[in-house]
Design a protein around this ligand. Structure first.
Ligand SMILES: Cc1ncc(COP(=O)(O)O)c(C=O)c1O
Length: 432
């Protein structure tokens, strides 16, 4: 009994250092493959933020030193996140999350250009853009959701053609959270610049996986969210290019050079800064070790499980993401069975889990509703090990085979690997 308690304590200590396997609240071992939903907070990040929760809790806006010392740490964190995205520190506005940053960019473009009421975006954005645009449409704005092809790629000629004289902003994500497909942001920014229209990119899934250079690319606005890069939830940023007109979304105090009211989430900001340093240092590893684990996972599943196909282009793609369609089974069943085995994966964006509708991203790629319902996203991260991938690869083929046995639409035995024809573009995704 004592030995067990001791072992539990040692495991907890190791886990705190990021050296022991992940466990849930019941001490059940977890195999976490859902890093696009959120990530484990790095132990180095926890260490960096704790003093600002425990001892250094002063308000950075206060005039006395107990506050200004804290403000100095906020500025240091600002420099670190700026370095991660190729920005100047003064171009960083800390927010509460990626959703707020996305909303703030679009709202600002509308507020600073009252004569422009058209928004150009894509059919595969995160709901933090899509839902916001749908709400703005009800308030009188016009929104164009650009379609994608079967690979999840945009037609840049169509994007160029869709810019209007009253387009207030073009918003295109850097990398898709469900498929990992990467958009040519530099080219899109160049088109927007040549047409003299503001450009926002939701880069929430990109840092630490892709080299980001907001300044070099020429974006006006860029969104990040700290919990996707091994920092805690509840902290994000909006890059606002110098000289880009900006109207605050949250109005109040003079924090963030008057660009966002509200007392700063100091511990979160310091954590974000430390996580940004780590993400820069680990960029190479994400693109070698993590990519190799992802490729082994994907190639093995596609080879070993019949009637499977990868969703989205093989390249350019985030090195950690693989979205796979398992025909004749529903993702809900797969997720439940894998959960029983301690494996965490998702059927799409964490923000739409629970919705009965097939993913809007997969539907926009022309994937049939039947196939889209059987798609699973595997998203790896820095802390995944080869042993965890082995565990997943042992169980996924068995789970699929068992579910298919009980499926009313089970495939013919020994069915060939059948990806099916590439479907046509959805008519609904243009000019919504
Ligand atoms: C591409 C993308 N944008 C925005 C968000 C929203 O970020 P947050 O959860 O910080 O609001 C997410 C989160 O999943 C995302 O993947």
């Amino acid at each position: 009994m004592l030995a067990l308690a001791l072992l539990g304590r040692v495991l907890t200590l190791l886990r705190r250092r990021g050296m022991a396997p992940v466990a849930d609240m019941t001490e059940r071992r977890i195999y976490y493959f859902d890093n696009n939903a959120t990530t484990r907070v790095a132990p180095e990040v926890v260490d960096a933020m704790i003093p600002f929760l425990r001892d250094q809790w002063g308000n950075p806006s206060s005039a006395y030193r107990f506050g200004s010392q804290v403000a100095k740490r906020v500025d240091e964190a600002r420099e670190k996140v700026a370095a991660l995205i190729g920005a100047e520190p003064r171009e960083i506005v800390f927010t509460s999350c990626g959703t707020e940053s996305n909303n703030a960019a679009v709202q600002s473009a509308l507020a600073t250009q009252p004569c422009k009421r058209h928004i150009l975006t894509t059919a595969v954005e995160h709901s933090a853009i899509i839902k916001h645009c749908e709400a703005l449409r009800k308030q009188g704005c016009e929104v164009t959701f650009l379609p994608v092809d079967a690979d999840g790629m945009l037609d840049l000629h169509l994007l160029d053609q869709s810019i209007r004289t009253d387009t207030a902003i073009v918003s295109v994500m850097w990398a898709n959270n469900e498929t990992g497909v990467v958009f040519p942001i530099e080219e899109i920014a160049a088109i927007c610049r040549s047409r003299n229209v503001l450009f926002h990119t939701d880069a929430t899934q990109a840092p630490g996986k892709l080299k980001l250079d907001a300044g070099g690319v020429g974006a006006d606005f860029l969104t990040l969210s700290a919990h996707k890069l091994h920092a805690p939830k509840g902290i994000g940023l909006l890059y606002v290019r110098r000289r880009t007109p900006f109207q605050p979304y949250l109005m109040g105090g003079h924090q963030e050079r008057g660009k966002r009211g509200g007392t700063e989430n100091v511990a979160g900001i310091v954590a974000f800064g430390r996580a940004a340093e780590l993400a820069l240092a680990r960029l190479e590893e994400e693109n070698t070790t993590v990519r190799a684990l992802r490729d082994r996972l994907e190639d093995t599943i596609l080879g070993a499980v019949p009637n499977t196909v990868r969703n989205g282009a093989k390249e350019p793609r985030l090195p950690n993401t693989s979205n796979i369609a398992f025909d004749f089974v529903e993702a809900e069943g797969i997720l439940m069975k894998l959960d029983e085995l301690g494996i965490c994966v998702s059927s799409g964006s964490a923000c739409t889990t629970g919705s009965l509708n097939p993913s809007h991203v997969l539907t926009a790629m022309g994937i049939s509703a039947a196939r889209a319902k059987g798609c699973v996203r595997f998203s790896l991260g820095f802390y995944n090990t080869a042993e965890e991938v082995d565990y997943l690869l042992t169980h996924v083929p068995r789970v699929i085979a068992r579910l298919r046995e009980s499926s009313p639409e089970k495939p013919a035995r020994h069915a060939k690997h059948a990806p099916g024809p590439a479907p046509a573009l959805p008519a609904h995704s243009l000019q919504k």
